[in-house]
Write a protein that binds this ligand. Structure first.
Ligand code: FE2
Ligand code: FE2
Length: 176
């Protein structure tokens, strides 16, 4: 039987492809979670999504609805993009944590940790730049940047790897 319902066909096709994007996103997420119970819960959700995809495909087959190449590609990109994006935005926030620790220690007159905190902050910046480089030219980025306030133009810190301040004069970093 052929379905005379354009919207329904489109919905089936996009749901089928979106399940894969979700599964990929959860795969990336599970890998980043340390807690074992939490990790297996997320892995179970991933399994659920793969099962949904199978079920949706069964229904599509019944009515001779083909898999949409367009949706497969589009959702593949989204599923791939999201873990990079959120990793980058997380790293972006971590940068200033270390510089602020340094500021606070210095307020207490403690300078012993300056070097290590500086190095850790700079390393987080490198991580941020790495993740950003993977998605910089992705068409999804401007949209995500608008909503989550991080991306090619916006960062959660003012650290610039191209003009590194030596540790002694690095207090310009992350000062409000
Ligand atoms: Fe699902
Ligand atoms: Fe990091």
């Amino acid at each position: 039987m052929k379905l005379e319902h354009k919207e329904l066909i489109d919905l089936l096709q996009s749901a089928y492809s979106a399940e894969k994007a979700a599964a990929f996103a959860y795969q990336g997420h599970a890998g980043s979670v340390k807690d074992k119970t939490e990790r297996s819960a997320i892995q179970q959700i991933e399994v659920d999504e793969w099962n949904h995809r199978k079920e949706v495909l069964e229904i599509m087959k019944l009515y001779g609805i083909p898999v949409s190449k367009y949706y497969e590609i589009r959702f593949y990109i989204i599923g791939w993009f999201m873990p990079f994006y959120f990793a980058g935005s997380l790293e972006s926030g971590n940068v200033c944590e270390y510089f602020r620790m340094k500021h606070f220690f210095n307020e207490l007159g403690i300078k012993d940790h300056d070097q290590i905190l500086y190095e850790m902050g700079m390393k987080e910046k490198e991580h941020e730049v790495y993740f950003l480089s993977k998605i910089k030219n992705n068409k999804l980025l401007p949209f995500f940047e608008k909503i989550f306030s991080w991306g090619a133009r916006k960062s959660f810190n003012n650290v610039n790897l191209d003009e590194k301040y030596p540790v002694e004069s690095s207090d310009i970093n992350c000062k409000k």
